[in-house]
Design a protein around this ligand. Structure first.
Ligand SMILES: [Zn+2]
Length: 399
């Protein structure tokens, strides 16, 4: 058997004949030769490589016996289920047995179609039955897509209760997350939980030691690494199917003096941010200052993108969606004749002051609450038939 397995010519033949002679010598031959040697051996076993490890033969034996019956009219077969363990013959697990098989009537007729596994359907035509090969979704065998199936199972279960849930909308939504701090970490993670698979995260800072306890995705090793770089592998670890891009970039802020030498790089950042907003479906404004939300707010209004602001102060937080952009006529009414909603700068300036003063020191639980509400708000707007122009009644998830 070892010679058979080691030879280039025969190692790839999973079916073979084992000829046992009266002097106990054994010769293994190719199956097609069995008739030529049928007279001079004492015993003939039809062998095959059996990948099973159970106490009974593997499935391949069924096809093997059917083939022997159909091709050579052998009704009684002595078989050898040859098994290996770590590349070595495992004769303890290998099985020898005998099977009788009476071919059904008409089995060898040219128009006979047996009931076999892997084929389905029956097409009538010219008194002939036709079976169609059952298509196998090979992608379902891919470990990555199996993982993805498991990761959206909770959403599918939700979909049974709430049929309006459209997973494809969430999967294809391109989300731009501005800021990868405490809010950015939570929002990115929750978006993935909602089935979002296209994320772009923009941040200009680096992970510092005090951040690790507050910003949920980072670990000790990330200290000193740009947040936009550090967040990517952590999101991928949790959800391998997510397409995430981390962009290290300072968001241009009005009023910040720009030296002549930095002028061109700031302008480049402006153009880059404009392109990012234009290519996204929703923008989350989660930076650590109000000023840095101003320019993205203008871009979102100009591009008519869903924009959601989340911020936490010492003991307060704010989550709001910006209204749809003004369009071409700069009207205060939106495309559906509703009063347009404003942005976070023209709606609630008093709470801004509070938040600006207290932004870096907030009650720990508020970050999770604000992030959670921001993401639920996004999912709510995405599923509303009027999208970003839906009225303010739909500002909050659950209302
Ligand atoms: Zn505004």
């Amino acid at each position: 058997m070892k010679v058979w397995r080691d030879s280039n010519e025969t190692t790839g033949c999973p079916f073979f004949g084992v000829h046992i002679y009266s002097d106990s010598s054994v010769v293994i031959r190719q199956l097609k030769c069995w008739k030529g040697y049928s007279g001079d051996h004492q015993k003939l076993l039809f062998g095959f490589y059996d990948h099973g490890h159970q106490d009974y033969p593997g499935w391949a034996l069924r096809n093997y016996i059917a083939f022997l019956s159909l091709r050579w009219k052998i009704e009684k077969v002595q078989f050898l289920c040859y098994r290996e363990r770590r590349g070595e013959p495992d004769l303890e697990k290998s099985l020898i047995g005998e099977a009788s098989f009476a071919a059904p009537h008409g089995w060898d007729g040219s128009d006979y179609v047996p009931e076999i596994i892997g084929w389905e359907g029956e097409k009538a035509g010219d008194r002939k039955k036709e079976k169609i090969l059952k298509p196998i979704d090979l992608d379902s065998l891919n470990p990555a897509s199996q993982d993805e199936e498991k990761q959206v199972m909770h959403l599918k279960l939700m979909g049974w209760r709430h049929p309006s849930l459209v997973l494809n909308k969430l999967r294809s939504a391109r989300c731009l997350v501005l800021g990868a701090g405490a809010l950015g970490c939570e929002v990115s993670r929750l978006l993935m939980t909602w089935g979002v698979r296209k994320l772009t995260v923009v941040d200009g800072g680096c992970v510092a030691i005090p951040d690790i306890v507050k910003q949920s995705l980072y670990v000790d090793n990330d200290c000193g690494v740009p947040r936009a770089t550090a967040i990517v592998p952590h999101l991928k670890e949790r959800c391998p199917a997510v397409e995430v891009e981390g962009i290290q970039m300072e968001i241009p802020v009005p009023g910040n003096p720009v030296s002549k030498t930095k002028m061109s790089s700031v302008l480049d950042n402006c153009k880059r941010l404009q392109a990012l907003v234009a290519s996204s479906d929703v923008v989350f404004l989660l930076t650590d200052t109000w000023e840095s939300r101003w320019f993205p707010t203008l871009l979102c209004a100009n591009e008519n993108k869903i924009a959601i602001t989340a911020a936490s102060g010492y003991d307060s937080y704010l989550v709001m969606r910006h209204g749809a952009g003004p369009g071409h006529n700069l009207s205060t009414e939106d495309a559906l004749g509703h009063q347009r909603l404003g942005c976070c700068f023209c709606n609630d300036s008093t709470s801004f002051v509070n938040l600006v003063l207290n932004e870096t020191v907030a009650l720990p639980g508020l970050t999770s609450i604000a992030s959670g509400k921001a993401v639920e708000l996004f999912a709510r707007i995405l599923h509303h038939e009027e999208g970003d122009t839906c009225s303010r009644r739909y500002c909050w998830y659950g209302h």
